[in-house]
Write a new protein. Sequence first.
Lengths: 252, 252
Amino acid sequence: MTKAKLPPRGTRKRDVPLTETGIYAAALRLIDADGVDALTMRKLATALDANPMSLYHHVPNRDALLRGVARAVGAQFRTVTLENAAWQERIRLLATDFRTLAHRHPNLMAYSFSQPDFIQPEDPFWAALTATLDAAGVPHSEIRPIAALMCAVVIGVLTAELNGALHQWSNLEPIVPADGEEGPADAGPEEDRMFRLVLDTIITGLESRLITDGDAQGADRSLATEAGSWTSEPSFGPRQPSGSGSRWPDPV
Amino acid sequence: MTKAKLPPRGTRKRDVPLTETGIYAAALRLIDADGVDALTMRKLATALDANPMSLYHHVPNRDALLRGVARAVGAQFRTVTLENAAWQERIRLLATDFRTLAHRHPNLMAYSFSQPDFIQPEDPFWAALTATLDAAGVPHSEIRPIAALMCAVVIGVLTAELNGALHQWSNLEPIVPADGEEGPADAGPEEDRMFRLVLDTIITGLESRLITDGDAQGADRSLATEAGSWTSEPSFGPRQPSGSGSRWPDPV
DNA sequence: ACCTGAACACCGTTCAAGT
DNA sequence: ACCTGAACACCGTTCAAGT
């Protein structure tokens, strides 16, 4: 890297030739800031201090650009390490990692979630999910449909969380304003609790189905004893993923 | 513009002044045909045989137009009649009616599902859902979060069905082609089965939670005896909503 | 009151021409 | 090989002017 060639004057943003990955990185920055719709080939070019038409030398078109950004970000996440914990915990870990990624780049993920090819058969994520369902005792013919449904469910809940629908729906039927000022506080912990609630509910539902179908080979411990109650406090719970690799973004 | 001046081709589409509802109807036709992104103020105007700028006299802008179309179509559905069946069946009915609407206008609903204000507190649908959860014995403080999560889950599954993700994910890991030609057939019945599967799973999960929390006042009958098995045939099942109002669109 | 033509400020993308 | 200016075919929307 030749540093001797100093930029002409002032803040030149790019002293290096255009690269596909560099274009993706700049696009991700713009998407994080203003959303996918606001990302424009022309605005991206000026952010890169380049001519708009130069981009087309590295990226076929805008759609391919977005796909590339989504793929690059997804690669951050698809390297989930498996452990030999109970399948319930492994599913929880996969889902919370998914959610962490959604929190990190909400604008991009809201777009990615609407793309049908967001999850690919080669993804380590898909392999981990299907392997977990297999370990749980799901019959082989049902593993892929169940995995697909779980992806759809988690994506649906995350989409509703990201666009604010979850929060708005939970607060429907506005309560009459009492004397004290009870602001709706920050949305964070309540949505944490709701996410755990869906996860627990579908896991419990899966367990029931596995047990009903005769002895399931992998589901020997019932979650009934540790099932959270309706009235469990949002501030803490026994359902925290036991720090086995799921790290949460700083509450902003 | 006098009537004597006819457009070149004889079929004049509009001999009546522009109306807000007429604009919505024409917009819905275009959306059904080509999707929301392809709906353009200019194309809509030519479809109505009007000047593009005339539309702005009845509709503030394109966003308001789309909201209006979504609201008009949603009103078709939000008049769900409640019965006094078991809460499980009532939830199934609400969900399948939702799905019927999604099948009738897939392009529009794929857009509506991404709008956070698609479900409003005044909707009969929301009232029916919360009343059903209340009847099931869900504690009052949890009714709205649970209803919100069920909406998010159903919307997630329907979105994945509409954009083909559900079908694609289910067919991941391509099977080695055996001797016989086992084509993937039509996507319809398999997705019917998957939709019932999610519904049953979350209903079973809810039942478990209700029973675990001590006696739930409304859940006296267990679904265990009628719970479908993993290997139930897709062609029929005991889970059909008993013809109590859920009508399916003609399989196209 | 309702409609309209012209115009503005944007888009994504093509293409021939530069170096 | 990489880049670029000009241009094309679209957008949503504003606005002054028509009837």
